[in-house]
Design a binder for this molecule. Structure first.
Ligand SMILES: Cc1cc2nc3c(=O)[nH]c(=O)nc-3n(C[C@H](O)[C@H](O)[C@H](O)COP(=O)(O)OP(=O)(O)OC[C@H]3O[C@@H](n4cnc5c(N)ncnc54)[C@H](O)[C@@H]3O)c2cc1C
Length: 289
């Protein structure tokens, strides 16, 4: 597997801005993103520097992505579903490929998905997990469930299926969009409540059925920045990734910028934070981090 100097997750203003610095410093950069940047929804931007006339959010995104590509950036349209740290770097898993990298910039924008299931928050860390790679081992030979319907949920299922005694996918009312293996039961009925106080004892569905599970792995929609941060054991406050002034997280080589960190959610701040993250990644890659 070819190892990149940097993988940037997110092709919005923060991720693209980080890439411009890394690319111009001569590093190999993969920039992975999907549709769904907040900027796609902005009809007119007129509060960003240098715009003589208002432009649409989509136009600004397109120009930024072309700029990164012109500098040699490898733009990949894919969903990042997992990330692991190991000695010497990181492996970033996407729905269609994996890549090794020396550094990572998380620029995934604001989390879009949240779920209201009774007792879910109370059982976090006591049966409810956000990382199959990290926690699957604790559930060997036990019954588990995965909450989700897409590629991200499939990634978690793949990590669990040979370890747990049985895996059930709970789509919580959604149509499944990923090819789940045949030996996994897929249930579309919405989830009402998680049972148990000190640990997960089962899952109650809205039709009154009870699904036996000692572990529930949450993988709704696509992985947001906070989900990826949890996989790396990074700190979150109000679901935002904690960084210092250089946009560095507590894990050397991992940086975050834009709407996925705390602050003003604007193009100008996303671009500025992306620039700082890019420059900090350069320092790290040059061994001065
Ligand atoms: C309706 C609306 C109007 C706005 N108007 C203005 C305005 O007038 N002026 C202004 O300054 N700001 C405006 N904003 C805010 C601005 O759009 C955001 O602050 C800015 O886009 C944040 O940039 P970002 O790069 O952090 O995140 P985003 O632009 O949201 O980009 C996030 C990127 O991460 C990718 N991503 C997420 N998860 C994954 C994953 N698992 N795998 C791969 N890729 C992933 C997404 O596909 C996307 O490419 C507006 C926002 C909205 C919603």
């Amino acid at each position: 597997m070819v190892k990149k100097d940097a993988v940037i997750i997110g092709t919005g203003p923060a991720g693209i801005s980080a890439s411009l610095y890394l690319l111009r410093a001569g590093f190999s950069v993969m920039i992975v993103g999907m549709d769904g940047s907040a900027l796609e929804k902005a009809e007119k931007i007129e509060n960003y520097y240098g715009l003589a006339h208002p432009v649409s959010g989509r136009e600004l995104l397109e120009t930024g992505r072309k700029q990164a590509a012109a500098l040699g950036g490898e733009l990949v349209h894919d969903e990042v579903v997992g990330i692991v740290w190991h000695d010497g770097g990181f492996t970033v898993s996407m729905s269609r490929q994996k890549t090794d990298t020396r550094s990572v910039v998380i620029a995934t924008g604001s989390p879009r998905r949240s779920v209201k299931i009774e007792n879910l928050a109370e059982l976090e860390g006591r049966g409810v997990s956000y990382c199959a790679v990290c926690d699957a081992f604790f559930y060997r030979g036990r019954e588990v469930a995965v909450l989700g319907a897409g590629e991200y949920a499939l990634h978690e299922v793949t990590e669990l299926v040979d370890i747990a005694s049985h895996v059930t996918v709970l789509t919580n009312g959604e149509e499944p969009t990923a090819p789940f293996p045949g030996r996994v039961a897929v249930i579309k009925t919405p989830v009402k409540r998680l049972l148990g106080a000190d640990g997960l004892e089962g899952i109650l569905l809205s039709d009154g059925r009870r699904i036996p599970a000692e572990g529930l792995f949450v993988a709704l929609g696509s992985a947001g920045g906070s989900d990826l941060a949890k996989k790396l054991g990074l700190a979150l406050v109000n679901n935002k990734i904690v960084v210092d002034r250089s946009m560095a997280t507590a894990l050397p080589g991992v940086f975050a910028a834009g709407d996925c960190i705390d602050g003003i959610q604007q193009v100008a701040t996303a671009v500025a934070e992306g620039a700082v993250a890019g420059m900090s990644a350069i320092r790290f890659l040059r061994g001065k981090g």
